[in-house]
Design a protein around this ligand. Sequence first.
Ligand code: SME
Length: 159
Amino acid sequence: MFHVENYSGSREARYATVIKQLEALLEGEPNQIANLSNAAALLNQFLDRVNWVGFYLMDGKELVLGPFQGLPACVRIPLGRGVCGTAAEQGKTQLVANVHEFPGHIACDAASLSEIVVPLVKDGEVIGVLDIDSPELARFDEVDRVQLEKFCETLLRFL
Ligand code: SME
């Protein structure tokens, strides 16, 4: 049974704990859908002030919806479109303080105001993105960027 952790310490220490939990959850399991599903669920219970946590995966020249927690979302996102498509095209994390100011932002949940999207890069190739939305403006900062990139590096060892 999953043990709900009482996260404590600095933000970095709390992220380190959730990354350890991720490793323990995924160890020995090769199924990608299972691992992405547990990663989304783990982050959703760890992060506060978020309304959508999940993955989009490369499918040919576009992204397709993967395992997530939150409201049903748009299924396909062309490369270069919106925050997710930009992160996938550039292979670079997108930290967006106000999604309404991001050109081409795709509104899936009207409550979303800020967003972070981390590309999943395996063997030099973008295989998908981690997308997290918040109903608060500027919810995510550099600490989140660095730590969520670490989270994704760990996750990638199991994909
Ligand atoms: N806002 C995203 C689309 C995905 S939803 O937020 C789940 C974007 O512009 O890429």
